[in-house]
Design a protein. Sequence first.
Length: 142
Amino acid sequence: MSAPAPTTDAGRRTGRGFETVLIAVYGIFALSATARSLVQVMRDFDFAPVAYSLSLLAAATYIAVTISLVGRGRRASLTRLLCLLELAGVVIVGTLSLVRPELFPDGTVWGAYGLDYGLVPLLLPLIALLYLSRTTSKGPQD
């Protein structure tokens, strides 16, 4: 026999387990992308300014999605929009890094579709968007 799902004071099921994992993964990526990009920018910005600037953009995106998920929850239109922008960034930067490798003499978070990170940068917004589309249809949107 399984335990009942957590409930709120009003007796509604909260079921935030997967959302908590999603927030944790975004938080880890926010920290790792920020650390990587800040080290790159402070140490060698002149070596790969395009790549390092795009790493900073990736870090800012992960921070924004994390904050949106925590503060506004899975029903937020803003969260969906940020995940779409993240996916566009991964696809654009990933493609550019393969087509114009001279712009990327050093690795970036989104370079080669996130290959340095096991393609998680490509899969993460897809998983988040799928999750958000399944949960937002059940309630009002912000």
